[in-house]
Design a protein around this ligand. Structure first.
Ligand SMILES: Nc1nc2c(ncn2[C@@H]2O[C@H](COP(=O)(O)OP(=O)(O)OP(=O)(O)O)[C@@H](O)[C@H]2O)c(=O)[nH]1
Ligand SMILES: [Mg+2]
Length: 455
């Protein structure tokens, strides 16, 4: 979808609730003619209603026949989500009823809204900046408590406020630099130069700290993949089932039971995980199993975290040792399984290690807390912290930092003021793009097209 398809200045309508049967469905109408359309289809005097009031009545077809008994809400511009005149119809939740009411609204003059079009109206009207608009969709798509919290903070404007803070401070410095361009012969006073450098260094440092939060942001918003790996029969599928709390994967005493990747969503300590069970890795001539093992190796490379399972009830075999050598230590947690049957050998040294029994459900809590420690090496972010969550913001901030550093270098090396002022403008330009003040239609299209219909 392209942003050009949005019908600027017209009145749009869509069903804002999910399809299917429910207690109520909400149809949203937004734009200059929303009130007029409300008048046409409703039994009461919509134009006379005060803003933020609710009214019970009938939606009527052209012949005056009642289509549904509804609650109509009025939000007069600019005090609405979109900043436009807005009418919401809360109808009975059947798919058919809702569809009929929407058809009536369209017949009365509204245009069918495209995905994200309401939020785009809000953005155009300055109700939300771009970072906040992006947070709307992120909030809706949140799969974990941490993601919900971070999106909600961004929607409230925490990130925007931080970015605006950088903008304000840098704009002051930019003004001094621009004046210098105009009157170069007067030069910059030594004291001013030192002050400017000091301030720039400090702002740059704060921007870098925000940039670093992107690592946490990715974990929070995209979740993490967690891959179970090991020789056949060590209990990978048993551990998957134990973590999920259901018999998802087939477990037997036969080595080579799992032959394909099995993926399931899992929520642990406020984060969302993709848990992947794999085929046990060993030398085999069996074709299906070979293919399964090939997939295990790919999953292993792509996983954010690996649980390497070893059987504590038997001595290590060659396959186990190969995996121990092969796996990247940083992202691998060593799991001694079947401790109900025996004690693990003591000569294996591994930084991150737990002992458990998948079958008896022993040690699962330790596994979870060890994972938590691996994920948040420096402790989890606090609820108040502003966390960068989108790649777009990360890239823009990175550019801004690079230009800020170039300005610092330029000042140190006595570069001509035009160049320095130019770099400063570029730095500000990239910061502004986070808030959406100067982004291209393509970028807007790619952001708003990810929205759901009716939002
Ligand atoms: N005693 C005991 N047996 C276990 C434990 N975990 C798994 N088992 C048994 O070990 C056997 C293999 O378990 P699976 O979970 O199928 O092992 P796997 O690693 O998925 O095996 P493949 O899919 O063949 O690679 C089964 O008989 C399980 O019941 C445990 O903690 N204690
Ligand atoms: Mg298995």
């Amino acid at each position: 979808m392209q942003i050009q398809q949005y019908k600027k200045g017209s009145t749009i309508a869509a069903i804002a609730t999910p399809s299917g049967e429910g207690a109520i469905s909400v149809i949203r109408i937004s734009g200059p003619e929303a009130i007029e359309i409300g008048e046409k289809i409703f039994s009461g005097p919509v134009a006379a209603y005060k803003t933020h009031t609710a009214h019970y009545g009938e939606v009527r077809d052209r012949q005056g026949q009642a289509l549904d008994h509804i609650l109509l809400l009025v939000f007069r511009a600019p005090r609405s989500y979109t900043g436009e005149e807005t009418v919401e119809l809360h109808c009975h939740g059947g798919a058919l009823v809702t569809k009929r009411v929407l058809e009536r609204v369209l017949e009365a003059g509204a245009q069918a809204a495209l995905p994200g079009e309401f939020t785009f109206q809000a953005f155009l009207n300055g109700k939300l900046d771009l970072a906040q608009a992006e947070a709307v969709q992120q909030l809706i798509a949140s799969k974990s408590e941490e993601a919900r919290n971070a999106s909600s903070r961004q929607l409230e404007g925490a990130l925007s406020k931080r970015v605006r803070g950088f903008q304000e401070e840098l704009t002051k410095i930019a003004a001094i630099l621009e004046a210098w361009v105009d009157f170069p012969e007067e030069g910059l006073e030594f004291a001013t130069m030192e002050e400017i450098l000091g301030e720039l260094e400090e702002i740059c440092q704060r921007m870098r700290r925000l940039q670093e939060t992107f690592e946490d942001g990715k974990k929070i918003h995209q979740g993490l993949s967690l891959c179970l790996l090991g020789s056949p029969n060590v209990g990978k599928s048993s551990l998957m089932n134990a973590l999920l709390g259901k018999e998802r994967a087939i477990v037997t005493e036969i080595a080579g039971t799992t032959r394909d990747l099995i993926e399931e969503d899992l929520r642990l300590s406020g984060l969302s995980f993709k848990l992947i069970d794999t085929a046990g890795i060993r030398e085999t001539a069996e074709r299906i199993e070979q293919e399964g093992i090939r997939r295990s190796r790919i999953a292993m490379e792509q996983a954010d975290l690996i649980l390497l399972l070893l059987d504590a009830s038997r001595p290590l075999n060659e396959g186990d040792r190969e995996l121990l050598d092969l796996l990247p230590k940083e992202k691998t947690l060593l799991v001694w399984n079947k401790i109900d049957l025996g004690e693990p050998p003591e000569d294996i040294v591994w930084k991150q290690c737990v002992r458990l029994s998948a079958k008896e459900g022993i040690g699962l809590e330790q596994l979870k807390s060890e994972l938590h420690r691996m994920i948040w090496k420096h402790g989890p972010p606090s609820k108040e912290e502003v966390i960068l969550s989108s790649l777009r913001h990360f890239q823009a901030l990175t550019e801004a930092i690079v230009f800020c550093e170039t300005v610092i270098q330029g000042l140190r090396n006595n570069l001509s003021p035009e160049f320095i002022a130019f770099d400063m403008r570029s730095c500000l330009h990239h910061l502004a793009s986070i808030l959406g003040t100067n982004v291209s239609e393509d970028i807007l299209s790619s952001i708003f097209s990810q929205f759901c219909l009716g939002k």
